[in-house]
Write a protein that binds this ligand. Structure first.
Ligand code: 5GP
Length: 191
């Protein structure tokens, strides 16, 4: 998606050689017009795929998923929670996710009320790196007896193994709006 690639080139900042900071349009401040265009692009790419619900993970996935849902006929958006809280149903699907950027494992949870057997669920997230976050969400969809309609990603780090991990999990439909080939030596290159 050219609009997104242009935005990454003008506003993205590289940290430690392997992390792309996009805080001013995706991860902290939100560019609503761009998010809306991303939602339209996801809908175009997944045209013809039945999507009953969109599943993402807090926090940055929420804006992406909500704007996308507007283009998928206002399907409900469910976001996995990363922290345990009194307000979250005790009866939840859970999956452990290792975060390479945070160097720790966290647990994601979705109340059993909000995913049902037989539903076609589109998994969306902001970044794909090693694929653990996406695979945690795929695991939760399957625990519910629902099906993964596909995985949609805003920015894929194509030099990491995330796509392969998702494909190994049996999901062949992975759509990324921008794929980074390299972010080495302070230079951003797209695939
Ligand atoms: P994975 O589980 O695929 O290794 O990593 C995906 C998650 O890690 C994303 O949801 C995102 O929060 C975070 N992440 C991984 N790499 C980057 C990066 O280069 N920049 C940003 N902003 N987040 C990243």
């Amino acid at each position: 998606m050219q609009l997104l690639k242009d935005k990454i080139l003008t506003d993205g900042r590289l940290l430690d050689g392997y992390v792309l900071k996009v805080d001013n349009f995706l991860n902290h401040q939100l560019d609503v017009a761009l998010l809306d265009a991303m939602g339209a692009e996801f809908a175009r790419r997944f045209a013809g795929v039945k999507v009953d619900k969109i599943l993402t993970v807090e926090a940055s996935g929420i804006a992406v998923a909500v704007m996308a849902a507007r283009h998928f006929g206002n399907v409900p958006v469910v976001f996995a929670k990363k922290t345990e809280s009194l307000t979250l149903d005790k009866d939840a699907y859970e999956s452990d996710v290792y975060s390479f950027t945070k160097q720790k494992t966290y647990r994601v949870r979705v109340s059993r009320r909000y995913l049902s057997a037989g539903e076609q669920v589109l998994v969306l997230d902001d970044f794909l790196a090693n694929g653990h976050a996406a695979c945690g969400l795929i695991d939760i969809v399957r625990q519910a007896g629902a099906e993964v309609a596909g995985v949609g990603i805003v920015i894929e780090k194509g030099f990491q193994s995330g796509r392969a991990l998702i494909e190994e999990a049996g999901v062949s439909r992975v759509e990324s709006l921008a794929i980074l080939k390299s972010i080495a030596e302070g230079k951003i290159e797209f695939a």
